[in-house]
Each structure stands twice: as C-alpha cells, then as structure tokens.
Design a binder for this molecule. Sequence first.
Ligand code: F3S
Length: 284
Amino acid sequence: MQIKVAKTAGFCFGVKRAVETVYEQAETNQGKKIYTYGPIIHNEIVVNDLRQKGVEVIESEEELASLKDGIVVIRSHGVAKHIYDLLEENQIVCVDATCPFVKKIHRIVAEESAKGKEIIIIGNEKHPEVEGIKGWSETKVTVIGSKEDACRFQTSFDQELCIVSQTTFNYNKFKELVEIIEKMGYHISVLNTICSATKERQDEALCIAGEVDAMLVIGDKHSSNTQKLFEISKKACNNTYYIQTLDDLDLNQLGSSETVGITAGASTPNKIIEEVQNNVRFNF
Ligand code: F3S
C-alpha cells in the first residue's frame, strides 16, 4: 500500500509556535502558575497533556482579571489591546504567542484607525481572532461575514474606510464581500490579510484526495478547519474518513485500497499524524 501524507497536514507556523511556547514555559517555570487565555489549540489531547504539566486554561476575562500572580500565555489568535493593559495593571507576566500574521493586522488596525479611518473586518464576528482585532481600533469597527452584512453596511460618504480580513477567511468570499462594499462608492483601502496556510492545506488535501483510493482526515471533532478538509476531500474521494485519533481508525474501511492519503487539521499534533500513518503502514 502506498501512503501519501500531506506536507501541510497539522499545525501551521503560528499554532506550532504558540504550542511550543506553552511547553517551554511549563518546562522553565516549574512550580509557577501558568495559564493560557483560552485553550491554546482546539485539541483536547494537547490541552489535557498541558494540564498534567500544570498549565491551566482561563476561560473568561473576569477570571483573567481576578488573577493575583502567575504567567499568562496569549494564544496565536491574539487578543484586544485592553487585555495587555489589564495584565500590566495587575502585574501578571504576559508571554505573547500571538501569530505574527495576526499581530500585523493589529498594527494595521491601530495605525489606520489612528488616522481616523473606520475599520471593516471581513470575518466571523464570534471568532476570538476577530474579537482581538476589533480591540485595536480607535474608531468604529464593523464585522462583515456574509453578503447580507455587506449589503446592510452604511456609513457617511466622507468617511474613509480600511478593510482587513480574518486570517482564515476564504479568499473568494472575501473578494465577493469587498466588491459589494466597493460598489457602494466609499473611499476604501483594502488589505488582504488572509494567511495562505489554510488555503495551501485545503488545496493539497483536494489534490491528494483526487489521487488515492481512501483518504483519512485527522482532527478534533470541534475543529471547523478539519471539518472543511473533510468536506473538500470527500468531494474528490468518496472513501474519506474523519478520525480524531488512532482509536477511531477502522482498518476494515480501507479494505482493498492500494493508496491512502492522510491530511490533518491545523490543531492536530504531529504525534497523532505519525501514529495513524505508522499504523496504516504496519497493517498493510
Ligand atoms: Fe498564523 Fe496563519 Fe496559522 S495566521 S496562526 S500561520 S493560519
């Protein structure tokens, strides 16, 4: 049996960096209280492993505000400016693992809003990354995630606008929504801040799925990007299976497959990908 593992499977650069940061902090600060503001990634296995090493997850701003000491790691999604201020006021050590690509959006929003421009974020209003980006603007921010939102948008025609995007937003949808606003005749500057990691992973999944007899997509059940990879792969390969870990792998499903493709969502640790890969290889 031939196995094709996607090169882009698993952690992207920003998530890898954030997860490694937490492990380093746990290693070098034994005995101290270490927290992540929100789960470092959407993967129960990693979060539980970190908990065993003494890293706790802070779930709310109220909880964060009540901390008296310890180290807080900011995850790759980033946070609003007032969160840094809060940590500083309370003299809590802050280790910033915000992805540099997200940090760049914070800088753009802070600078452009300081010039008086209103900010539009093309993205999902509820996503923590978008909440964080919003919190860097000095002016009004509108989040647009759908055609309906875009059509509903209005502001003064004297007002200059700056449009940025959530890093994981779909490029075609971004283009479509920007076009709707452009046609309204506003004075806008558009900055495409979409990160290529997601698209590259999706393109490679589609490509591999089109070449194999069966496809395995590995990721946490709550991971929306893994779900998306599954949908994309399923279109090109009907024998596509969604598994969280090796335990979910049913080798019978691979039956007479001669080639098996493997990809994984952005929050799937390498260890799990390797375990699945080795198991498939060993059993065929
Ligand atoms: Fe950063 Fe792109 Fe990943 S923005 S967190 S490298 S998806």
